[in-house]
Design a protein around this ligand. Sequence first.
Ligand code: ZN
Length: 97
Amino acid sequence: MTTTQMQAHPCPSCHAELSAATDYTGQGNKPSTGDMTVCAYCATILQFDDEMHLQVASQQALIAAPIDTLVELQRVRNAVLTRNAIQQAKDSSSAKR
Ligand SMILES: [Zn+2]
């Protein structure tokens, strides 16, 4: 995994500050214009624009993406959503005590 620090930008969906992008492929890729990524907080699929700001990925971009990319994005989304669900369960169980 290669994590690239970048200028912090808010997620356009949940507004969490995003300041790094991680390549899970082991190929050492750094983010570039047009690349898609997943918000680590809300799991929205995002895309880097020409100025390397994050936008919600357009339907067109998702339709045009290779199937391998879509599978990988969904795998990462599932990991984020599962982590969030576990955290919510922990939070709600500790609130009941
Ligand atoms: Zn988000």
